[in-house]
Design a protein around this ligand. Structure first.
Ligand SMILES: [Zn+2]
Length: 376
């Protein structure tokens, strides 16, 4: 970098300290590292972040932080405290990774508000089952959403149709694996797609469990994590489904195909069936050996990650208002790559495939009815 804050007089809009902090977190930089990039001390960066940013520092800071200059001057910063997020990856998430995840969440909140101001999405329909057992909560939510014991073909779109915002995590934040938060009484869930499609579905169900069961999240709290896992198992593989669909002495092939229909890992289905008393221990162990021999990448498993219908719809440009990731990025002054990364890359996929949108029909039980309420 040729320019530095200590040697350059600049004349543009004044960056906001909070934005500097957020942009620094997005890059996973310490104050000292940012300071080294712009030629000031860590103490000076700390002063910037508490509001004492020099006039005209925008270009150098924006360059060092790899954001458009306007980003640093935009007011109204969504506040996401990394220490109040509960990451699916638990204690393995480093301080730096926590900051990156929180900065992604802040951008996602801005994207959500942007969409919300222009489209009428579904109202939130997510009861609280705080105080209930996880299995009962899963059954109650299935019942409330009128799902019966049927397989859930697309969990992302199911959640979206009930007013839950689901975002994909950028590669830089995938170490967090998954997390959820409430903002303005709207729940947002973030999932990584570094895992297998089955694991990502499980992670989303796990986060739904946190949202309905837990009023407050205590990061790494083993009991809360176990409860969210138990909720996810029951929600994805209800006991009734095992009762009716599980052959007591199943072949490996039949377990793999039933699991694929339910959108879960065959190992999970086998374990639920065993715990539900649908098979004996010897058959269960044989089955586990068969699944291990077949390998986690074996034929017949779920191979495609689910994607969002909301973003496919909003970013398709089909509304005729020129709505696309570039428009959102320009309004929010964020890199367009950040918008793509948080929105399942639906626009990129559409371009790659040469079609407007691929595989993104509304969830069949409750189609989203996004209606633009302003014309850009
Ligand atoms: Zn959790």
């Amino acid at each position: 970098m040729s320019a530095s804050l200590s040697s350059t007089v600049l004349e543009t809009s004044r960056p906001l300290g909070e934005r500097v902090r957020l942009a620094r977190a997005r890059c996973g930089l310490t104050r000292a590292e940012l300071g080294a990039r712009v030629g000031v001390s860590a103490r000076t960066v700390a002063a910037y972040e508490t509001g004492d940013v020099p006039w005209g520092a925008g270009p150098v800071l924006a360059d060092a932080l790899d954001v458009p200059e306007q980003y640093l001057a935009r007011p109204s910063v969504p506040h996401v405290d990394p220490d109040r997020l509960c990451f699916r990856a638990g204690h393995r998430v480093t301080r730096r990774q926590r900051g990156i995840a929180a900065s992604c969440a802040a951008t996602a909140i801005e994207i959500d508000r942007w969409i919300d101001a222009r489209f009428d999405g579904p109202d939130l329909d997510l009861p609280s089952y705080s105080g209930e057992g996880p299995e009962l909560a899963a059954l109650l939510l299935r019942d409330h959403w009128q799902l019966g014991a049927a397989p859930l073909p697309n969990l992302v779109q199911l959640a979206e149709a009930r007013g839950v915002r689901v975002f994909s995590l950028p590669t830089s934040a995938e170490a967090a694996r998954a997390f959820s938060l409430w903002t303005d009484e709207i729940p947002l869930v973030f999932v990584s797609r570094r895992q297998t499609p089955e694991e990502t579905r499980f992670d989303l169900a796990h986060e739904l469990g946190h949202l309905v069961l837990h009023d407050a999240c205590v990061d790494g709290h083993a009991m809360l994590e176990r409860e969210a896992d138990r909720f996810a198992r029951e929600f994805l593989v209800p006991r009734d489904a095992v009762e009716y669909e599980f052959d007591p002495r199943p072949s490996v092939d039949s377990v793999v195909s039933t699991a694929a229909r339910l959108g879960v890992a065959p190992e999970l289905l086998a374990s639920v069936a065993f715990e539900a008393g649908r098979m004996g221990e010897r058959d269960y162990l044989d089955l586990r050996r068969g699944l291990t021999a077949r390998g986690r990448g074996g034929d017949g498993r779920v191979t495609r990650h689910e994607t969002s219908w909301t973003f496919a719809h909003v970013l398709s440009g089909r509304q005729g208002f020129g709505t696309d990731a570039a428009a959102i990025a320009a309004d929010l002054a964020v890199p367009v790559a950040d918008v793509h990364a948080l929105t399942f890359g639906v626009e990129l996929r559409a371009v790659r495939n040469g079609e407007p949108v691929v595989g993104c029909a509304p969830y069949r039980r409750a189609p989203l009815a996004l209606v633009p309420n302003t014309v850009r």
